[in-house]
Design a binder for this molecule. Sequence first.
Ligand SMILES: *[C@@H]1O[C@H](CO)[C@@H](O)[C@H](O)[C@H]1NC(C)=O
Ligand SMILES: *[C@@H]1O[C@H](CO)[C@@H](O)[C@H](O)[C@H]1NC(C)=O
Ligand SMILES: *[C@@H]1O[C@H](CO)[C@@H](O)[C@H](O)[C@H]1NC(C)=O
Ligand SMILES: *[C@@H]1O[C@H](CO)[C@@H](O)[C@H](O)[C@H]1NC(C)=O
Ligand SMILES: *[C@@H]1O[C@H](CO)[C@@H](O)[C@H](O)[C@H]1NC(C)=O
Ligand SMILES: *[C@@H]1O[C@H](CO)[C@@H](O)[C@H](O)[C@H]1NC(C)=O
Ligand SMILES: *[C@@H]1O[C@H](CO)[C@@H](O)[C@H](O)[C@H]1NC(C)=O
Ligand SMILES: *[C@@H]1O[C@H](CO)[C@@H](O)[C@H](O)[C@H]1NC(C)=O
Ligand SMILES: *[C@@H]1O[C@H](CO)[C@@H](O)[C@H](O)[C@H]1NC(C)=O
Ligand SMILES: *[C@@H]1O[C@H](CO)[C@@H](O)[C@H](O)[C@H]1NC(C)=O
Ligand SMILES: *[C@@H]1O[C@H](CO)[C@@H](O)[C@H](O)[C@H]1NC(C)=O
Ligand SMILES: *[C@@H]1O[C@H](CO)[C@@H](O)[C@H](O)[C@H]1NC(C)=O
Length: 681
Amino acid sequence: MAAMHVLFWFSTCFLLLNSATALQCWKNTTCSGPTDAAFPGPWEANIFAPASRTVSPVSILSKSGEFISKFLGISQLSGNGSGLVFDFGIEVGGLVTLHYSTTGQGSIGLAFTESKNWIGEWSDSSNGGFKGPDGAIYSAFNNSGTYSYTMPNLRLRGGFRYLTLFLITNGTTTVDITDIKLEISFQPTWSNLKAYQGYFHSSDELLNRIWYSGAYTLQTNAVPVNTGRQVPFVAKGWANNGTLGPGDSIIVDGAKRDRAVWPGDMGIAVPSTFVSIGDLGSVKNALQVMYNYQNPTTGAFPEAGPPLLQLGSDTYHMWTMIGTYNYILYSNDTTFLHENWAKYLLAMKFIYGKVGSSGLLNVTGLRDWARWQTGFNGSEPNMILYRTLLTGADLSIWAGDTSNLNVTWHTRAESLKTAINQYCWDPSYGAFKDNATATTLHPQDANSMSILFDVVDTSAKAENISSNLLKNWTPIGAVAPELPGNISPFISSFEIQAHFAIGQTARALDLIRRSWGWYINNPLGTESTVIEGYLENGTFGYRSSRGYAYDSSYVSNSHGWSSGPTSALTEFIVGLSVTSPAGGTWKLAPQFGDLRFAEAGFMTSLGKFQASWNLRRDGYSLTYNVPRGTTGEIVLRCLSVGKFPSITIDGRPVSREANPQLDGPVILLNGVGGSHTIVVR
Ligand SMILES: *[C@@H]1O[C@H](CO)[C@@H](O)[C@H](O)[C@H]1NC(C)=O
Ligand SMILES: *[C@@H]1O[C@H](CO)[C@@H](O)[C@H](O)[C@H]1NC(C)=O
Ligand SMILES: *[C@@H]1O[C@H](CO)[C@@H](O)[C@H](O)[C@H]1NC(C)=O
Ligand SMILES: *[C@@H]1O[C@H](CO)[C@@H](O)[C@H](O)[C@H]1NC(C)=O
Ligand SMILES: *[C@@H]1O[C@H](CO)[C@@H](O)[C@H](O)[C@H]1NC(C)=O
Ligand SMILES: *[C@@H]1O[C@H](CO)[C@@H](O)[C@H](O)[C@H]1NC(C)=O
Ligand SMILES: *[C@@H]1O[C@H](CO)[C@@H](O)[C@H](O)[C@H]1NC(C)=O
Ligand SMILES: *[C@@H]1O[C@H](CO)[C@@H](O)[C@H](O)[C@H]1NC(C)=O
Ligand SMILES: *[C@@H]1O[C@H](CO)[C@@H](O)[C@H](O)[C@H]1NC(C)=O
Ligand SMILES: *[C@@H]1O[C@H](CO)[C@@H](O)[C@H](O)[C@H]1NC(C)=O
Ligand SMILES: *[C@@H]1O[C@H](CO)[C@@H](O)[C@H](O)[C@H]1NC(C)=O
Ligand SMILES: *[C@@H]1O[C@H](CO)[C@@H](O)[C@H](O)[C@H]1NC(C)=O
């Protein structure tokens, strides 16, 4: 009775609280996102997302970029060409509202840029790419008076940090800008942009910021479904009223551009979304649109979602299939799986139909990420096919298939692995070649994936690859030999996971700090997100060698495909990952590197998953708390190789005879759900 009473009191209180605090979401979108963080704690100080969906700039700079003052609410423009730059301090996106009063006639120009390099009257480039900067939009006024101006929906600016306001007038007009407000458009269903469903914290402040910059990037990439880039592209300026897919919110490649669904990005963006913000609804809508636009005859998926709808990429076709696996793995959304299963089968038929007599995939859908060479029997698409077959095998089990697809697809994966190792391995170098011909190119993408996806057939070869990858490194990141002169945090997201996967922890952390550390600490960037790509000389261009003259301001500074450290730090450093839908089974395999402690958590439909470790003088302690009824594999690192350590679980000693296997430098234990502490000395 008493318990019921308390419950009643609680729910009344909750209702009152809810009705008193009206939830604000984007426009009239339903607020379906979470309202509170799942794991409150000091790490929330690292969240870049603002506390409110309506924000103002934090500081004012001169037109040439010198700091003038903090943003105090009022500032003045006087005479033609006068201007100020308003710095929001982080990446933002949405619709700006200006309040101002004037002494005459004229117009105020609004120009936007992510990087400080392109502050001024022209904006960075989000639309043309080859056509140069986007220009400005204008708020015109005819008389002295008080005005309020909100950007039209069509001109929504999806990603920027700096807003330049400048005055065009014939006379001596003065404008007092009395307020600047930005209504944030991204993650439109969330009233509280800080309500993260996952977290990460460690003894390294730089890694913490990098993890949260990946998470925030993914928030900026979850956009209202009616704010994609208009296709065909407008000839001047920009237009973001394209329809992207079903639902309210959908994950696109970048905040500023392309503002389109690109499934190739989701191999990195989806795991990082899951462990951080937890917004799987936007992932589901992005995958569903690919199924909706599948070619019903051939089974091919488009390379990009509507309205862009580019076609002809075998690798992106497979990433939609792998993305389906990831989505089901994290969500256990069996309804989605059943609804799309027939289309998935057709997609598998389409891609496996391209495997030739040598056993390798003959790539004919040539489009891919920005790498130059594609096609033929490229090793990168073959690595991806291996992953597609194995993830397909798991999906077939989860879909309740009764036609033995699990075995068929495992068998095909095995013969593919044999063919790749037979034809693509370069023994004289110690890495995979770019394809099965006599090329001397050893790409970053295929080699990283060969380790991560477990295609390489011996651990000695995996070690060879890991050391050879270091040859591409510069002080600011790994240059991709398949895209010379360019550093790709997208492909480097696979490389860091490859080093982690074979326990080369120091290498993985080193590359994260070089590459992502360089960007997050770069005052010319957003200091809050992860960038699409950059040049080896440290400029923000991308793919600009070989006369392929993208305007360098076209680079997206908030691109989810570069968010690899976010999932990698959770899944390899804290070491917690799910291995079957919603975490019914899981794995806990921490790695320490040069860190002293690390912890992380995430949510599934079963509840909270959380783990942490601390080094001690004589060993380490590892605690975890996962839903009861789940089971997992625990992989404990031995502190001295080959020696069986002293282990206790919840204070009870574990004897070697009792169950653990000593497997090289690690010990395997069977884990059960609940809350447990393991001490290893
Ligand atoms: C609100 O929703 C209605 C119905 O879907 C739509 O017609 C209207 O344009 C929306 N308003 C805004 C401001 O987005
Ligand atoms: C007025 O200012 C604009 C923007 O700076 C500039 O492009 C233009 O040349 C100026 N006009 C005159 C007449 O100086
Ligand atoms: C400046 O004057 C010209 C000529 O009268 C007029 O066409 C133009 O619209 C004026 N521009 C502004 C910004 O007021
Ligand atoms: C300025 O005057 C023109 C012509 O009368 C009119 O079309 C326009 O709407 C006015 N603009 C503003 C902001 O009042
Ligand atoms: C976007 O706006 C343009 C006008 O600029 C219009 O022609 C087009 O139909 C709109 N697209 C959508 C999907 O609403
Ligand atoms: C790889 O492709 C090249 C060019 O099409 C072809 O000559 C070669 O036989 C292929 N090798 C294998 C193993 O498929
Ligand atoms: C690869 O496919 C293309 C197009 O179907 C075909 O012309 C070519 O002969 C195939 N190559 C191999 C090695 O099978
Ligand atoms: C093999 O890869 C190299 C390096 O990317 C490229 O130059 C060559 O054209 C490729 N050849 C085939 C047949 O795929
Ligand atoms: C799926 O096939 C693999 C390889 O044959 C096998 O090891 C695994 O046990 C199978 N899984 C199920 C659930 O049948
Ligand atoms: C590759 O492996 C071989 C044999 O294990 C070893 O001798 C060689 O040094 C390794 N090369 C690199 C670059 O790791
Ligand atoms: C960096 O390299 C690009 C491409 O070669 C070149 O256009 C740019 O000027 C270089 N920047 C610097 C600072 O050297
Ligand atoms: C996943 O969903 C299926 C079908 O709804 C259900 O039977 C199963 O228990 C779920 N698994 C987990 C781990 O929640």
